[in-house]
Design a protein around this ligand. Structure first.
Ligand SMILES: Cc1cc2nc3c(=O)[nH]c(=O)nc-3n(C[C@H](O)[C@H](O)[C@H](O)COP(=O)(O)OP(=O)(O)OC[C@H]3O[C@@H](n4cnc5c(N)ncnc54)[C@H](O)[C@@H]3O)c2cc1C
Length: 533
């Protein structure tokens, strides 16, 4: 059988949710196509596996941006998961949603149904929170959310330092007030990563109305006139097609959903013709509006063996921790590295926090791709939450196998670097608080850097993504929008985009839970408002 009601492209955070929710109805048949594998290996299940999966291309597309003028011409690494679970198979598992005001801004920008009050039920429907049970949290959804099980005393050192630096603590970043510093909750259960695949898809692979094809890379969407009728994909060296009776849903993520639209003839008409692609629908917004959280990491070398590192004693400790993990499913191997953090205002006059911190129990430099990674130390990331910079994803080539051309245009809005400079000072205030004094040995990269000018130069030399690209298939009602508020691609029939790319603006937090929410809501929209009659 190669005809289904819905064909979903991409089994990542969004695609897994959709496939599971749509096939709850036995009358709806779904085919899910994922370019990567099953996403079940030990490097996915054991949380600390990220120290291997993020820097390498084992289950990671490992894209690179074009040279960034705002970052001294550097090409920036852009990891993305390549397996069932997508980026949730390699992410840091932090569960945050952003600020209520972010969603209210989506609704106010012409997207009815997307205010925080309207999306909160979908966050709750998804969530199975082990500790928090109130009007903000769900207790019986498919996605486990739990407290850190590392027991790492450095978490408390960070919290004490934050308090000494004048910041308040919080035990819930997703409740009534986002502001504060605390230990992150993670999408884990019993000390194992629970990717979107494990939470939503793996339990339902037996359903007769669900077909999941791994190793199946979609090449383009097929159209009859303006109606999407299926997709062409390659698998094991062969090119095949699958037909969609009702609709095709793109969930290939912020970089590849717009790429697939363009490869299929939807995008800026002049640009498509330049690549020799026949135009199905001129839609100039495809690939535009790329937004990401640019991040600077302050790093200190330190003495404690509670900090990850490859010294002889550190390795011995690690061997012991391995045994502990096998017996108790807690300790260092459950670490998501970025164990604590916070949402803070760099100016008390602001209505919402404008920077996020991630406190890592390791030296995290250049995504863990250098030898410094082996030293013991701690790192404090700071990112600007609502950048003004807007980049784009475009075609590097009309070949479906080619990587997309990614240009985040970091710091092209000069306001962004000023937020980063204030954030840098705020993060340093925490690292200089007395609680860290017994541990600190040496500040790396930023020792002696004091003036705004020096800080700006350092940010341009060292800032990197903290992995939250969104916005390239923007939802909206204006001419530049790619999808409408029901996530239907404008100007054609039978085609939706459901993933992080539809966010009109980047939310002030990590993007996995918001993407899950988008897909939960999309499943309802698809039931109620089929994309093609
Ligand atoms: C290293 C890293 C750390 C992160 N840490 C966190 C965190 O701690 N907390 C958090 O909330 N967020 C985090 N994020 C971000 C979050 O994981 C993503 O925003 C979210 O997973 C995006 O979901 P998505 O469905 O849009 O795309 P993805 O989950 O990336 O899914 C896209 C899927 O489509 C597949 N695909 C692409 N092209 C094709 C094709 N042509 N044919 C078939 N399949 C295709 C891909 O292989 C992939 O499986 C992190 C991301 C990364 C990369």
């Amino acid at each position: 059988m190669d005809t289904f009601d819905c064909v979903i492209v991409g089994g990542g955070s969004a695609g897994c949710v959709l496939a599971a929710r749509l096939t709850q109805d036995p009358a709806v048949s779904v085919c899910l196509l994922e370019a990567g594998g099953e996403g079940r290996g030990a490097l996915v299940r054991v949380p600390l596996g990220i120290v291997v999966t993020v820097p390498t291309q084992l289950i990671n597309w490992g894209f690179r941006s074009v040279p960034q003028p705002g970052l001294d011409g550097r090409r920036c690494y852009q990891p993305r998961g390549r397996a069932l679970g997508g980026s949730s198979a390699i992410n840091a598992m932090i569960y945050t949603r952003g600020h209520a005001a972010d969603y209210d801004a989506w609704a106010a920008a012409g997207n009815p149904g997307w205010s925080y009050a309207e999306v909160l039920p979908y966050f709750r429907r998804a969530e199975n929170n082990a500790r928090l049970h109130d009007e903000y949290h769900g207790a019986d959804g498919p996605l486990p959310v739990s407290d850190s099980r590392t027991g790492n005393p450095m978490q408390q050192v960070f919290l004490a330092a934050s308090r000494q630096a004048g910041f308040r603590l919080t035990e819930d970043f997703n409740g009534v007030d986002q502001e504060g510093v605390g230990v992150y909750q993670v999408t884990q259960q019993q000390g194992e990563r629970w990717s979107a695949a494990r939470a939503y898809l793996h339990p339902h692979l037996f359903r007769p109305n669900l077909r999941v094809l791994t190793g199946a890379r979609t090449r383009r969407i097929l159209f009859t006139g303006k109606r999407a009728t299926g997709v062409e994909y390659s698998r094991s060296g062969r090119v095949e097609t699958v037909t969609a009776r009702t609709e095709v849903i793109l969930s290939a993520g912020t970089f590849q959903s717009p790429q697939l639209l363009m490869l299929s003839g939807i995008g800026d008409a002049d640009e498509l013709r330049r690549h020799g692609i026949s135009v199905v629908q001129h839609l100039a917004g495809v690939g535009q509006n790329l937004q990401d959280h640019l991040d600077y990491t302050l790093i200190h070398r330190a003495k404690s063996l509670d900090l990850l590192g490859a010294s002889p004693r550190g390795l011995l400790r690690f061997v012991r921790e391995f045994g502990r993990y096998r017996r108790q499913r807690n300790g260092m191997l459950t670490s998501n590295v970025a164990e604590a953090g916070g949402f803070l205002k760099t100016d008390p006059g602001l209505s919402v926090p404008d920077v996020q911190l991630h406190f890592c129990v390791a030296v995290v430099h250049n995504h863990g791709r250098t030898l410094q990674h082996l030293w013991h130390g701690y790192s404090l990331h700071v990112c600007a939450l609502r950048p003004g910079s807007r980049g784009q994803v475009s075609l590097a080539s009309a070949r479906p196998e080619a990587a997309p051309r990614i240009d985040p245009a970091y710091l092209s809005d000069t306001h962004d670097i000023e937020v980063m400079v204030r954030g840098f000072r705020l993060a340093r205030r925490i690292l200089e608080a007395p609680a860290f004094a017994p541990y600190h040995t040496r500040e790396l990269f930023s020792a002696g850097v004091e003036s705004d000018q020096q800080i700006r130069a350092l940010i341009r030399a060292r800032a990197e993504t903290i992995y939250h690209p969104v916005g390239t298939c923007r939802m909206g009602s204006d001419d530049g929008a790619v999808v409408d508020a029901a996530l239907r691609v404008r100007g054609v029939e039978g085609l939706r985009v459901v993933d992080a790319s539809v966010m009109p603006t980047l939310i002030g937090g990590n993007t996995h839970a918001p993407t899950i929410m988008i897909a939960e809501k999309a499943a309802d929209l698809i039931h109620r408002q089929p994309s093609a009659g």
